[in-house]
Design a binder for this molecule. Structure first.
Ligand code: HEC
Length: 185
């Protein structure tokens, strides 16, 4: 059989080259796959919500660890071990805990352990810098500032300050306001 295959090539080294190429393609496709590109909101937060918030979320903070808020998550828990070391998953306590073979140590400490894919995503996310986008402030906590009333070309149409904003936008869009109707008497 092997000799039949070899006969397909006019020289054994050519066959060897083909085998190498096939092998390289295989490793690239499947075996030595690059680590996944991990995005916090898409890949990491859903794991925390589903498997960790129950004990490290808004209601409970076991070992003083909260994983629902960036600053608290990076501050870590009671042990003082850094949960995430950006760029270094091997030094990040979270990886130690989600991969621990010790049933008293492994996290989550209830239910199934994380899947291989979830752990790979966590590792990749930390190695890629542990980028956790800043939470947007709720509007209620943003101090209102009075904006400047914009200058407009059409000085006749606006009757009050709010009209100036509308007129400015209309001018930006190169639209002109409708003629005002006179109020019915
Ligand atoms: C059912 C509750 C529960 C769930 C769910 C859970 N944990 Fe924990 N976790 C604990 C408790 C209790 C401790 C403190 C005791 C200990 O360290 O084992 C702890 C401690 C930890 C610590 C150590 C904190 C420190 O002091 O440094 C880390 C890290 C951690 N958990 C990560 C996770 C992650 C990540 C998840 C989700 C994948 C998770 N945990 C899910 C209960 C839970």
């Amino acid at each position: 059989m092997a000799s039949a295959v070899l006969q397909m090539f006019d020289h054994p080294t050519q066959a060897a080259r083909w085998l190498c190429l096939a092998g390289a393609l295989l490793t690239e496709r499947g075996f030595a796959a690059d680590p996944p590109k991990a995005d916090f909101s898409r890949d990491i937060q859903p794991i925390f919500i589903k498997r960790c918030y129950e004990c490290h979320g808004p209601d409970k903070q076991k070992s003083d660890l909260r994983l629902d808020r960036k600053a608290d998550a990076f501050r870590g828990g009671k042990s003082g071990k850094p949960v995430f070391v950006p760029g270094k998953s091997a030094e990040s306590h979270i990886i130690e805990r989600v991969t621990s073979p010790d049933p008293d140590e492994v996290m989550p400490n209830k239910g199934e352990p994380l899947t291989v894919e979830q752990i790979a995503l966590l590792r990749a996310w930390i190695d890629q810098g542990a980028v956790w986008p800043d939470e947007k402030k709720h509007w209620a906590f943003i101090k209102p500032v009075r904006p400047e009333v914009p200058a407009v070309k059409n000085k006749l149409w606006p009757r009050n300050e709010i009209d100036h904003f509308i007129a400015a936008r209309l001018e930006q869009e190169k639209l002109s306001p409708r003629r005002r109707r006179t109020a019915p008497r």
